[in-house]
Design a protein around this ligand. Sequence first.
Ligand code: FPP
Length: 481
Amino acid sequence: MKIEEIVPHGMCAGVRAAVDLAMRQRDAYCLHSLVHSEIVTDELKSRGFRFVEDVEEVPDGAVVVFSAHGVSPSVRARAAEKGLKVVDATCPVVARAHRAVREFCERGLPVVVIGDPAHVEVKGLLGEISGGRTPEKGGRIGVVCQTTLDAGEVARRVEELRRDYVVDSVSDVCPATRERQEAVRAFDGDAILVLGSRDSANTRRLCEVARCRVFTAGSMEEVKKARDQMEGLGRVGVTSGASTPESFFESAVSCLRRVPLHVAFIMDGNGRWAQRRGKERIFGHVAGARTLSRVVEWCGRRGIRYVTVYAFSTENWRRPKAEGDGLMRLFAKMLKTRAGSLVENRVRLRVVGRRGDLPESLRESIERVERLTAGFERQLVVCISYGGRAEIVDAANRAVEDGRKVTEESFRRLLYAPDVPDPDLVVRTSGERRVSNFLLWECAYSEYHFTDVLWPDFSERDLDIALDDYSSRHRRRGGVA
Ligand code: FPP
């Protein structure tokens, strides 16, 4: 089965803006689902959001977020009467449709809304209609549509209306939705997997416009089920609705390809490698740095999006000063010499750990390369002056400063790189079979692969052995399936 990512897919600008806006609120109520994604809803719930279906359920004076689907003027008026602090996450394309309805009404035109009357977006649009005029044959009407419909279907409906009326139609299907539909329509493989929630209208539309067999999944469990059902097919396209988080898309693609999304390496054995050659330990680290560059390239070719490496632990400061200083100089040199290659290969560098422990000039070099590579999707996370316990203590102290009880989800967001998914696989070289204070929180469910190969000798074949080992494991995450 060949997995192909259908481009574009996933969150549109309107949804992303709504999610960003909502994530900045505290103690807020959300009127309806912010966007139709169970993953986003769960995330907001874990941040203390309460979801209501009626503005009357929001206590007077509280913060209320209006969802991306928009609300009718009567809801706005009621919110004002109740003294609610309104955060308006209405998608700009939906807001444009609302303005169009108001303008039609001001011009005295009867308004037709094309869409599903049960959908919250359509209810909001219908609420804008004032005057209640009935269309007369041959007369002029204003037409708007639910922004997530199939663009072709809307065009056909408008044409039908033109037979009986003079149609003024100013709003249209959202451009991002249309682009995703066109990409799905153009895919000519054996099947398409559409990722997103069942209550998402634009996701359902993607299923309808596909010209091949369609599978759907709203959770990783469903992705695994779909993968088993699709076994033996040739080309399989993967897309996602405009409210589906990119992180879910990435995890799904990795699962379908049976490749880990995130591999973490404990790069052990540099010192022994050097000593066996009668050289200073720092020679082993220099050779290890070369291996690291190659490993990042090999992982990229295999579709692994995140690579994390343990470069210097909080305990490594106990090593002789000459070795510590040598490693700091090596990091600085690598940043200088490898920055170009990171940009060329579109890899984002992130350094995590107690940065305050590092020399100032090194900190500045790190910040420079982080800024330079900030926009790239693939990531290299380098742990320097890092300790798993230190990371948990730092997060705990931030929670205490915040003065709130934590949940697993909210605590996770206080870690050094909260947006990076947990490692699927941890590889440790040099024959040691220990965790050594590496990513203690993040590796709760990771698979481990240990090899006797010393890090500087770690080859492309050794990486494939580790990946084969990973793909043969059956990850149950505490369940029984
Ligand atoms: C552990 O081997 C390795 C380290 C403490 C340093 C790893 C650093 C690199 C590979 C350089 C990479 C550079 C960047 C910027 C990430 P060890 O010294 O403990 O080996 P031993 O167990 O044989 O003594």
